[in-house]
Design a binder for this molecule. Structure first.
Ligand SMILES: C[S@@+](CC[C@H](N)C(=O)[O-])C[C@H]1O[C@@H](n2cnc3c(N)ncnc32)[C@H](O)[C@@H]1O
Length: 252
């Protein structure tokens, strides 16, 4: 799969990605670090899937004792270009088929990448191949709440992220990994504040009609949705909550 549209999309966002929106949110980063160090305390070799500008990789550098290497993998050279720490090795590749040896890594982390991936089954099998036996995968994704709000979340998210291909809930992620050779070990949920203005700052390429459609869907959301996602108008902005999950899997 050639991710040309995605590469173009992240080329526009790369230079400001790290300082915007949820990207450097310490709550999320610490959940990932805690999950990694609890379930894989002595990881020598870590791989970051869809590493982007390397925020997760850089955060993990000082958190894992005995760490030998972190490899940041991404299809976007423009995103990887912003990784400055020389201890992180950058590799340009899609997660579906990687240039690594069998059992090369102790731990794979991936934050907000796999929803863009077309062949998820192939990707999860590939990650199992390059993890050592009983290796750990720490997945972090924004997800809908598991209830009647799920469908509206998908419609809103489709407007916000037109290049996304998977609109998975927490259960969908667990099912995909379980069906492809992994065992879920732990799950940690988090909620962060978001807003329309933060989103348009973070995504450099929001167009006028996309903004109008998104705003109108938020304002006209069912009351139950507004309540559960904390949607309220604040001045010229609309604020709300984004729900996410970090799930730890073991290669089975
Ligand atoms: C939203 S950014 C997240 C970056 C980083 N994981 C973080 O949390 O800060 C998504 C990243 O996934 C990368 N990506 C998307 N699909 C990919 C694929 N099939 N293979 C490798 N990287 C991919 C994009 O290029 C982008 O850098």
């Amino acid at each position: 799969m050639i991710y040309k549209d995605l590469i173009d999309h992240f080329a526009v966002r790369a230079s400001s990605f790290s300082n915007n929106g949820w990207a450097d949110n310490k709550t999320i980063l610490q959940i990932i670090a805690d999950s990694a160090s609890s379930f894989c305390p002595y990881a020598n070799d870590i791989l970051d899937y869809g590493a982007g500008t390397g925020i997760v990789s850089e955060y993990l550098l000082d958190k894992i004792p005995n760490l030998k290497s972190i490899t940041a993998l991404d299809v976007s050279s423009e995103m990887l270009f912003h990784i400055k720490d020389k201890r992180i090795k950058c590799v340009i590749s899609s997660v579906e088929s990687t240039p690594f040896n069998n059992g090369q890594f102790d731990l794979i982390v991936s934050r907000q990448c796999l929803h863009y991936v077309h062949d998820l089954a192939k990707t999860i099998s590939e990650s199992k191949r390059i993890l050592r036996s009983n290796g750990i995968f720490v997945l972090t994704q924004f997800v809908p709440l598991e209830d009647e709000t799920k469908q509206y979340w998908k419609e809103l998210t489709r407007i916000r992220q037109p290049l996304r291909v998977n609109y998975f809930s927490e259960k969908d992620w667990i099912d995909s990994f379980t069906q492809n050779g992994f065992l879920p070990l732990s799950l940690k949920r988090f909620t962060i504040q978001s807003s329309v203005s933060k989103w348009s700052d973070h995504y450099k390429n929001v167009n006028e009609s996309q903004m109008q459609e998104y705003t109108s869907m938020l304002l006209n959301a069912p009351e139950s949705y507004k309540r559960k996602y904390g949607i309220v108008v604040k001045g010229n902005d609309i604020i709300g909550q984004t729900h996410g999950v970090t799930i730890v899997f073991k290669a089975n």
